[in-house]
Ligand binder design. Structure first.
Ligand code: CP
Length: 311
């Protein structure tokens, strides 16, 4: 693997999921693969799971890890030809090349602005690192995608499914803040590549990009969509059409134990209790969010392993 900025960078998804599950059983099997190799992780935004699970994954492979909270460094400029006489002090052209001398792999987390749709859709930050760095780039959640999360989700469903083709429902949920579409986008793209029966449910007007949803069924009736579901993935996203706006906080869309039925409950975390999902779901036996978070390590580890093998 040359980089992992999007799901399509995985050449064989089924083998990758299978190998991740094997790594989980024997995490130190390839502990020499990353010897004398360094992973630099750059965070433009907060993280708990991505930060710790990716570091753990790298250490399982024997890598050294360096972490930079980018807001502690010089303000970066990403536009070409800018007269840098305002707040930015260093251009990505120099920064990416400099960091590449300290790293064998660079992982980047950079959320969207949610104010400039065109800029967010262009993945300016992630693509600038891909363009100017001289080492492989891993996406730890960008403006429009969270492929490491989606791989962990695929591993979790593969481990837990009792059916050859489970019904998977992605359900929007209310949230007081404007959140990115990245997790939902990548989850949909991942499920479209798996042998699952995927349905998306959200209030009218909360349509995601058609370039993502393609011909996946969409229902505005949550109760109908949840019928006979095996896995229910709950996630808020802000409005895509009226970009970045919170147009609904309808609490009727919160996930409850009654609505969930016998389905397994999934969420990428962090999650707001009794806003997105009620306590009874998270504290109940059908919640798999902790296992899902654990699988973040093995998703990151299989990606790092495949990259290290091609260095
Ligand atoms: N799910 C996820 O990416 O968690 P963090 O934001 O804590 O990394």
């Amino acid at each position: 693997m040359k980089k992992y900025t999007k799901i399509k960078d995985i050449s064989n998804l089924q083998d990758t999921i299978k190998d991740a599950i094997l790594l989980k059983m024997n995490p130190f099997e390839f502990q020499d693969l990353g010897k004398h190799k360094t992973l630099v992780m750059l965070f433009f935004n907060s993280s708990l799971r991505t930060r710790l699970s990716t570091e753990k994954a790298a250490k399982h492979l024997g890598m050294d890890v360096m972490i930079l909270n980018v807001n502690d460094a010089w303000n970066l400029e990403f536009e070409d030809g800018t007269i840098m006489n305002a707040s930015t002090s260093e251009h990505i052209k120099e920064a990416a090349k400099v960091i590449s001398q300290y790293a064998d792999v660079i992982a980047v987390r950079a959320f969207p602005s949610l104010t400039d749709k065109q800029k967010d859709e262009s993945e300016l930050v992630m693509n600038s690192f891909v363009k100017y760095a001289t080492v492989p780039i891993i996406n730890m959640e960008s403006a429009t995608a969270h492929p490491l999360q989606a791989l962990a989700d695929a591993i979790t469903i593969t481990e837990l499914t009792e059916k050859s083709k489970p019904k998977v429902v992605l359900s929007w949920a209310p949230h007081p803040k404007a959140l990115p579409q990245a997790v939902a986008n990548s989850f949909i793209e991942m499920m479209q590549q798996m042998d699952v029966d995927l349905t998306i449910t959200h209030p009218e007007g909360y349509e995601l990009s058609e370039a993502i949803t393609k011909n996946t069924p969409i229902s505005h009736n949550q109760e109908e969509a949840l019928k006979d579901a095996d896995f229910v993935y709950v996630k808020n996203w802000s409005n895509y059409k009226d970009y970045g706006k919170v147009l609904s906080q309808d609490e009727n869309w919160m996930m409850t134990k009654a609505k969930l039925g016998n389905a397994k409950f999934m969420h990428c975390l962090p999650v707001r209790r009794n806003v997105v999902v009620e306590d009874a779901v998270l504290d109940g036996e059908n919640s798999v969010v902790i296992q899902q978070a654990n699988n973040r390590t093995y998703a990151a580890q299989i990606v790092l392993k495949q990259i290290l093998e091609e260095l």
